[in-house]
Design a protein around this ligand. Structure first.
Ligand SMILES: Nc1ncnc2c1ncn2[C@@H]1O[C@H](COP(=O)(O)OP(=O)(O)OP(=O)(O)O)[C@@H](O)[C@H]1O
Ligand SMILES: [Mg+2]
Length: 468
């Protein structure tokens, strides 16, 4: 193995000599410099693995030297030596990117230990860099990450699907990446230069949804003071993503079926057939086949939509993807906030891997971001994770301590939560049971800050698994 090299920057010649002798005995190659200028010259001559620098130098401050080194030689490990009294500047040095600091008077054993620790950390970072490399190569399709068998299978199918213009139905529980997949298909398809238009069929009342999708002509209804194209026309030449397609009311199901069959639309109140060239991708977190059996969803439309069906597996069914996803989100956050990449402790990562993730990848992403905002440390621990994740035994349910609700609002909130739990998070069913419409339910979820995907745990979506 090649010997590691150390540059000692210290104007106290005697101290520099003692250190140099000690480190040579430890097997390092050692050079010394008495000021910053000499140090930088030496670093231009050859690469050093480690720089051990005094904080106070005759020509420049150690902090300046540190910044210079970090800019020019980012992988070199820099340890700062400070007099015991200047602990503040030591902290400052670490903030500026020093790997560690040593207080004077130096304990040689301590020097050895800290160098070793810094080297160990660097080795870990190199491993992270390897992971990063893997991420960009094998384990992704567009922005979709996954090395598990079902995800690898999905990538293969996606490649073929993207090349075609076939209608696609994406089935998966909340947060499994349905929208991400829809976008990946569009942006890897021959239509990539055309528009990607998405609409949530469950978020608008029927009449509004109809005019959004099909547009309207002037005078079609009160307030239609001029004609407007619908999303089918807007998406011409591109892709229309119909999210929560199960929420379409019967009348709109008929109209959608007609578009799929005849590739023409008619604006609300209009008589003209307008040809549209649009690829349809639909998504659902419900069991559409069961909805067909219940007579809620048209069978003929179902068959038109599921020319190709993609099942997105739940996160807990592919736990081997968790470390990659965590790494992906850590890097993404660092990039967006212009910060160094942080990581999770082994214990925290273990917990992340064993948790049940009812909210799937979205919940994982939120947990990672939560930890990153809760902590400023380079290593995130269990303590930094959201309480409902950190406070439980793995996969065990979390239940808040029971207390009699006092206000009507509190009773309402709890009742909604209970019904959501009961229906496995099925908004349509929950709204039915509660005797309100979906929009009202959504408003209440918002009001009570209940996440849309709460309680979609336990119950499995039929067909939301993937036989790999
Ligand atoms: N395999 C994946 N790789 C990377 N990021 C992912 C993956 N799956 C999901 N995500 C991320 O998780 C979040 C949720 O994904 P997305 O919105 O596509 O889920 P969804 O299935 O549409 O959820 P919902 O049913 O609640 O609408 C997004 O930020 C997405 O980028
Ligand atoms: Mg979605």
């Amino acid at each position: 193995m090649e010997r590691l090299s150390v540059l000692i920057v210290e104007d106290d010649v005697q101290l520099a000599e003692v250190l140099a002798r000690f480190l040579r005995k430890q097997g390092f190659e050692v050079e010394t410099a008495a000021d910053a200028r000499t140090a930088l010259e030496a670093m231009l001559e050859r690469v050093f693995d480690i720089v051990l620098s005094d904080l106070r130098l005759p020509d420049r401050s150690g902090i300046e030297l540190l910044q210079e080194i970090k800019r020019a030689f980012p992988v070199t490990i820099v340890l700062m030596m400070t007099a015991f009294s200047s602990i503040d500047s030591a902290v400052e040095a670490v903030r500026m990117g020093a790997d560690d600091y040593l207080s004077k008077p130096l304990q040689l054993e301590d020097v050895r230990m800290r160098i070793e620790r810094a080297l160990e950390r660097r080795r870990l970072q190199t491993r992270v860099a390897d992971l990063q490399q893997q991420l960009t190569e094998r384990y992704r399709f567009g922005n979709i990450i996954g090395k598990s068998k079902p995800m690898q299978e999905l990538f293969k199918v996606l490649e073929r699907v993207a090349r075609s213009s076939a209608t696609v139905l994406i089935v998966g529980r909340t947060g499994t990446g349905k929208e991400l997949v829809a976008r990946a298909i569009h942006y890897n398809s021959p239509r990539a230069k055309g528009p990607f238009v998405d609409i949530n069929c469950g978020a608008l009342p029927e009449a509004l949804l109809e005019s959004e999708l099909f547009g309207y002509v002037r005078g079609a209804f009160t307030g239609a003071t001029e004609s407007r194209p619908g999303l089918f026309e807007v998406a011409h030449g591109g892709t229309l993503f119909l999210d929560e397609v199960e929420a379409l009311k019967p009348e709109l199901q008929v109209k959608l079926l007609r578009v799929l069959q005849e590739r023409v639309i008619r604006r609300v109140g209009g008589r003209e057939n307008i040809p549209v060239d649009v690829r349809i991708i639909a998504a659902t977190n419900q069991d559409l086949e069961a909805a067909v059996r219940r007579g809620e969803f048209r069978e003929d439309l179902y068959y038109r939509l599921n020319v190709v069906t993609l099942y997105l597996p739940e996160l807990r069914e592919r736990r081997e993807d968790i470390p990659l996803l965590v790494e992906h989100f850590l890097q993404q956050y660092a990039r967006e906030n212009n910060q160094p990449v942080r990581r999770f402790s082994t214990e925290a990562l273990r917990l992340l891997m064993s948790y049940s993730w009812p909210g799937n990848v979205r919940e994982l992403q939120n947990a990672v971001e939560y930890a990153l905002t809760m902590s400023t440390e380079p290593v995130l621990t269990i303590r930094d994770l959201p309480p409902h994740i950190s406070g439980i035994a793995p996969t065990e349910r979390w239940a808040p301590p029971e207390r009699e609700p006092r206000t009507l609002q509190e009773v309402e909130r709890r009742h909604i939560l209970r019904i959501l739990e009961e229906t496995g998070g099925n908004h349509t069913r929950a709204a039915e049971i509660l005797g309100i419409d979906r929009r009202t339910l959504y408003r209440k979820l918002e009001k009570y800050k209940i996440p849309r995907d709460s309680s979609r745990r336990g119950e499995r979506a039929n067909g939301a698994s993937h036989e790999g």
